[in-house]
Design a protein around this ligand. Sequence first.
Ligand code: DQA
Length: 152
Amino acid sequence: MTTDSDVNKRIMLINGPNLNLLGSREPEIYGTDTLDEIVDSARSQAEELGLTLQHFQSNSEAEIVDVIAQSRGNSGGLIVNAGAFSHYSWAIHDALAAFSGPIIELHLSNPGAREEFRHSSVITPVATAVISGLKARGYLLAVRAIAPLMAS
Ligand code: DQA
């Protein structure tokens, strides 16, 4: 049986389109760590805090919407780097709005300091907090930031 306290110990980390290419994708912007390395470190950080971290990456908006919906009642908090979807996916916005726990919006780069189309995020209005511009280190900070926000 899954109890509320199990749920509240579980973080779901979601990475959107093109983040599977980390390590070789524009390393001057996104850093040289691969997605596997980033997820491994984030998972270790979560475990140090007594939490578990599940991870999902997809280039498909529909799959991301489905995973956010499945997180309702299964995860206590979400960390979401929606990649380019951050800038226009109202479907992801709506899926996140229906999630009741804390949500950290995460970006490796600082989109506000880049091209105009990256300056607005449709995720921000439904996020608890935003971490950006710290490359891979942002993932560790996101885990540490979300931990005390998850109900015990
Ligand atoms: C990103 C920033 C987005 O603008 C971009 O489309 C990405 C990655 C980041 O982590 O910095 O794919 O979310």
